[in-house]
Design a protein around this ligand. Structure first.
Ligand code: ATP
Ligand code: MG
Length: 264
């Protein structure tokens, strides 16, 4: 059994890296907001039990909040758990507190790697131009569900000494998913995040570009305090400080993403 294409949901991106704190959620929120600012209708699916994308968009993790957990475990329709955000054209499927238990609960489920894909295939609501899935820092069943439902994988890499550590494992996992679960999945690109103005960052950038070539985004995300402040206000960085280097960088990355999709 293979991945089923979903009609009303434009290209689906999983943002993943099993390494923690490498800018996945920051990228998910701010890239999605940038695409929305470029007049695209965008959906974020928060697939991380930490719920950082949910809280970072100012959506409260209240007790009875339905979200990605209910889609996975209770077969609630995707359209029924989409919420609006403060930002025009940006929508969210929140992570609720019980998502942490979903992995264990999925173990006995039939076709457990395809639960999200099936929910997406059944989606008949308003179409979205882009869907971005924020993953936990693990190659677990949640991340596998995200990858099985996606067209593209975007990896974020923090520009630090151990940046490449674990990447081989991630790329191997993607290769396995591609052969056994989702032949549509493409390695879309690698985005360097938290890039500082120092020799180490330059060295890491060179190493990553030498190794991965064109797969590495031309644009990079600088280390910028505004990016780390914005979630406490519950808004993407462009609503916090549009002139910040972080906001400007994510707008450029959104344009690069659209260009990369166009040229295939
Ligand atoms: N470009 C940046 N400049 C400064 N701080 C940043 C930047 N990107 C992310 N951060 C901060 O670094 C921390 C980790 O970022 P983030 O939460 O996006 O990583 P993550 O990969 O989603 O983490 P996790 O694996 O725990 O889900 C956060 O506090 C975030 O605000
Ligand atoms: Mg995160």
């Amino acid at each position: 059994m293979f991945h089923v294409k979903h009609k009303a949901l434009g290209p689906v991106f999983t943002i993943a890296n099993q390494k923690g704190g490498v800018g996945k959620t920051t990228t998910c929120i701010n890239l999605a907001a940038s695409l929305a600012a470029l007049n695209k209708r965008v959906l974020i699916i928060d697939f991380d039990p930490q719920g950082n994308a949910t809280s970072g968009l100012g959506v409260e993790k209240v007790k009875n909040q339905r979200g990605s957990y209910h889609v996975l475990i209770n077969k609630v329709a995707l359209a029924d758990v989409v919420v609006e955000t403060e930002c025009e054209d940006l929508y969210l499927i929140p992570a609720s507190m019980d998502l942490a238990g979903a992995e264990v609960e999925l173990v006995g489920v039939d076709k457990r790697e395809y639960v999200l894909n099936q929910a997406m295939a059944a989606y008949t609501g308003e179409p979205f131009d882009y869907v971005l899935i924020d993953c936990p820092p693990a190659l677990n069943l949640l991340t596998i569900n995200a990858l099985t439902a996606s067209d593209h994988l975007l990896i974020t890499l923090q520009a630090e000494f151990y940046a490449l550590e674990g990447l081989t494992q991630l790329i191997d996992t993607v290769r396995r998913i591609k052969t056994s679960l989702n032949p549509m999945l493409k390695m879309h690109g690698i985005l360097l995040t938290m890039v500082g103005h120092n020799n180490l960052a330059r060295q890491v950038e060179k190493e990553v570009r030498d190794y991965f070539g064109q797969q590495v985004y031309t644009n990079m995300i600088p280390r910028n305090i505004r990016l780390s402040e914005a979630p406490s206000f519950g808004v993407p960085v462009m609503y916090h400080d549009i002139h910040s280097s972080g906001a400007q960088a994510y707008l450029k990355v959104a344009q690069e993403l659209m260009h990369r999709i166009d040229v295939g």
